[in-house]
Design a protein around this ligand. Structure first.
Ligand code: ZN
Length: 212
């Protein structure tokens, strides 16, 4: 890995493409801590984390996956990001009610910190707290999300891994990681998956749609 990276940087230095050189160095800087691992070592670690998640009996996965080709923000009256947030909050709230499998508990949203998203999602949470989402009132979730630095917070990294696995399945049909973590999607006792939804064209036969 180190050899490949050095070769690519040297090639860009010789080409005189300063912009691409800067971006390439920036991209590689994020992998400094992993450079000693081979590609298969890295995959091995990721799969181990996914298997660990799969075996957390009490963990539940909630996700909204929107195919933007099929999403009309004018018709929906909101952006895809807002709809995704609202859906995840609504499903988590339902999970936490006495009728839901979470059994009358209280919940908190822990969110990767990003200034513009932090402001927006805090405002949305306050609005849901006062008037509910389109689907439910929100009285089981703390009104202000807790924003954390994801590089210091392992559970947010685990959530990122789950998002990555779902995205790679829906966009590239990669089933390996997806099947490991999809086992934790919130389900009714009938087996119907309610925690994860794929918003796309009618008639999608993916594993998310066919169990929803
Ligand atoms: Zn689908």
């Amino acid at each position: 890995m180190r050899g490949l990276r050095t070769a690519e940087i040297l090639k860009l230095q010789r080409s005189g493409n300063a912009k691409r050189l800067r971006q390439t160095k920036k991209n590689y800087a994020k992998t400094d801590a992993y450079i000693h691992l081979t590609y298969s070592d890295r995959w091995g670690v990721i799969k181990k984390v996914a298997d660990t998640v799969a075996n957390w009996g009490k963990a539940r996965l909630f996700a909204e996956c929107i195919d933007k080709v099929h999403f009309d923000p004018v018709w929906a009256g909101k952006t895809a990001e807002e709809q995704a947030f609202e859906q995840v909050i609504s499903r988590f709230q339902q999970f936490l009610t006495s009728a839901g499998p979470g059994g009358d508990s209280l919940g908190m949203i822990v969110h990767d910190n990003n200034e513009s998203v932090a402001m927006k999602h805090t405002e949305l949470m306050r609005k849901y707290y006062e008037t509910g989402t389109l689907w439910t009132s929100v009285d089981k979730i703390v009104e202000t999300p807790l924003f954390v630095d994801s590089s210091l917070t392992r559970m947010v990294q685990v959530a990122d891994l789950c998002a990555y696995a779902i995205r790679r399945y829906l966009e590239n049909d990669e089933v390996d990681l997806f099947r490991r973590i999809f086992a934790r999607a919130d389900r009714l006792s009938s087996g119907k998956t309610v925690g994860v939804r794929h918003f796309t064209s009618n008639g999608c036969v993916c594993e998310v749609c066919s169990t929803h």
